[in-house]
Design a protein around this ligand. Structure first.
Ligand code: LLP
Length: 403
C-alpha cells in the first residue's frame, strides 16, 4: 500500500496554517522516486524531475537529495533549480517557442540544452558551432495522453521538430557544425500504455545512425498516475523490462548504446499533494445542492481547464450520511470543482480534501479576482513545515505602479 497522510495530520495542518492549503508528503515523493529506480534498474537511466509540475525550492531540494536532475521549461525554472543546489549538469532546459536570448541565458549557466525548432537550431548552431552540443526535441507524430490539451507528440502539435524533417536537422548540423548529443521526445501527459513509450523509443533508435555524437535518448515524461480509485497508472515495471529488451536487441544489431533520460512530473509529485478547502456555504437550489468553498479555479484549475477528476472527501465528517453536491469555487464564473459528487454530509466550516493535488495544482494557481494564493506545507517525519507563506493583500498590489 502506498503511504498516505492521515485526516488527523491534514486537519492539524489546516488548524495551524489556515485554508485553503496545499500539503505535500515528503515520504510519498521518495517512494515514487524509488519506484522509478526499481523499474529501470536494468538500463543506464537518469531522471530529471519536470519541475513545471511543482517548483517550490523545498521540493526541488528533495529531488536533488534523491539524486534526480531537474527538467526546466523557462529560465526562471533553471534559476530555481540552481537555487535548490542542483548542479548544471543535472539540469535540462527544454523550452518551447523561446528566442535565442533566453537560450543564451541558459547556456551561460551551463545547463543541457534541448532545441525544438529548426529556426532556433540554425541560430544556435551559427552562434556556437560545435562548442555547445545540444539535444533535439522531435515530434514523433504519436497521438497519446489523457486529453488533447495535454497531448504533445501528435502531428498538429506545436512541440518538437517533425521526424519527417530529419534531413533538415542533418543539413543544419552539417552547415553550422552543431553537435547533436541527444534526441528527445515527450508525447504527452497521462499516458498509460507502455507501448506508446516503446514506440517512441523505437522511432528514435531508428534515427540514431544519422547522429555520430549521440549519447542520450530522452523519452520525456507523461507516466499516468491514478486519479480515480479504480484507475491504474502506467505499469512501470513492465515498461522498464520492455525498454531493457528493446535496448538489448538494438545493441546486438548496432553495437551502440545510449543513456536514457526521463522527465517525469506527475509521477513524482501528483499523489504526494493534498489540497484542503473549507466549506463556506451550502445552497439548496431547485435542482442542485451547492457547496461553496473558500477557493476556486484560481487555486486548482485542473477540473475547469481539463475536466480533470480529483477525488474529494469531507474529512471533517468521514462517517456522515452520503449526499450529492456540486462543489463550487468562489470565482465569479462557472467555477466548478465537481458536478454531482457524493460526499459525506457537508456542513458549513467542514474541511474538504482534494487528492492528487501535487502536480499542476499550486503551480497553475493565479490571483484571479484579486484573491491571494494559498500557503504550502511539507510534511516530513510527521512534522509540518511551512514552505510558502499565504499571500496577503500586499502581494496582490505589489508591482502595480500607482501615482
Ligand atoms: N517533459 C516535457 C517536455 C513536458 O512538456 C512535460 C509536461 C513533462 C516532461 C512532464 O509531464 P508529466 O510527467 O507531468 O505528465 N498541466 C497539465 C499537464 C501538462 C504537462 C505539460 N508538459 C495537467 O495538469 O494535467
Amino acid at each position: 500500500m502506498d503511504a498516505v497522510l492521515s485526516n488527523e495530520i491534514l486537519l492539524q495542518a489546516v488548524n495551524e496554517f489556515g485554508s485553503p492549503l496545499y500539503v505535500y508528503d515528503d515520504q510519498r515523493i521518495r517512494d515514487q522516486y524509488g519506484k522509478l529506480v526499481s523499474a529501470f534498474h536494468r538500463s543506464d537511466v537518469r531522471f530529471f524531475y519536470a519541475c513545471k509540475a511543482l517548483t517550490n525550492v523545498n521540493i526541488l531540494k528533495i529531488m536533488h537529495e534523491l539524486g534526480s536532475g531537474i527538467d526546466c521549461v523557462s529560465i526562471n525554472e533553471v534559476k530555481l533549480a540552481i537555487r535548490a543546489g542542483v548542479e548544471p549538469d543535472k539540469i535540462i532546459f527544454t523550452p518551447n517557442g523561446v528566442g535565442l536570448a533566453e537560450y543564451l541565458e541558459a547556456t551561460a549557466l551551463n545547463v543541457h540544452i534541448n532545441i525544438d525548432n529548426l529556426d532556433l537550431l540554425q541560430q544556435f548552431g551559427r552562434h556556437f558551432g560545435s562548442a555547445y552540443p545540444v539535444i533535439i526535441r522531435l515530434n514523433p507524430h504519436i497521438m497519446a495522453g489523457g486529453n488533447i490539451k495535454i497531448a504533445t507528440g501528435h502531428v498538429d502539435s506545436k512541440f518538437g521538430i517533425s521526424i519527417d524533417q530529419i534531413d533538415q536537422i542533418i543539413a543544419i548540423a552539417k552547415q553550422t557544425g552543431v553537435k547533436v548529443k541527444g534526441l528527445h521526445l515527450h508525447t504527452g501527459s497521462e499516458i498509460k500504455e507502455v507501448d506508446v513509450f516503446i514506440k517512441g523509443l523505437e522511432l528514435i533508435l531508428e534515427l540514431t545512425h544519422h547522429f555520430p555524437d549521440l549519447t542520450v535518448v530522452d523519452l520525456g515524461g507523461g507516466f499516468k498516475v491514478p486519479y480515480k480509485s479504480e484507475e491504474k497508472g502506467t505499469d512501470m515495471q513492465l515498461l522498464g523490462e520492455k525498454m531493457a529488451e528493446t535496448f538489448a536487441v538494438f545493441k546486438q544489431k548496432t553495437g551502440r548504446m545510449f543513456q536514457v533520460w526521463f522527465e517525469p512530473g506527475k509521477f513524482l509529485v501528483s499523489e504526494c499533494g493534498y489540497f484542503l478547502v473549507k466549506a463556506n456555504i451550502l445552497k439548496q437550489a431547485p435542482s442542485r445542492t451547492f457547496v461553496g468553498v473558500d477557493s476556486g479555479f484560481n487555486h486548482l484549475i485542473r477540473p475547469m481547464f481539463y475536466d480533470a477528476y480529483h477525488k474529494i472527501t469531507n474529512i471533517s465528517n468521514p462517517s456522515g450520511g452520503l449526499c450529492t453536491y456540486n462543489i463550487v469555487g468562489n470565482i465569479c464564473e462557472t467555477d466548478t470543482f465537481a458536478w454531482d459528487r457524493e460526499l459525506n454530509v457537508v456542513r458549513a466550516n467542514d474541511i474538504l480534501l482534494f487528492n492528487n493535488a501535487g502536480a499542476y495544482g499550486f503551480e497553475m494557481s493565479s490571483r484571479f479576482n484579486s484573491r491571494c494564493r494559498p500557503a504550502e506545507v511539507l510534511v516530513k517525519n510527521g512534522r509540518l513545515k511551512l514552505i510558502r507563506r499565504r499571500e496577503t493583500f500586499d502581494d496582490v498590489i505589489a508591482g502595480q505602479v500607482i501615482d
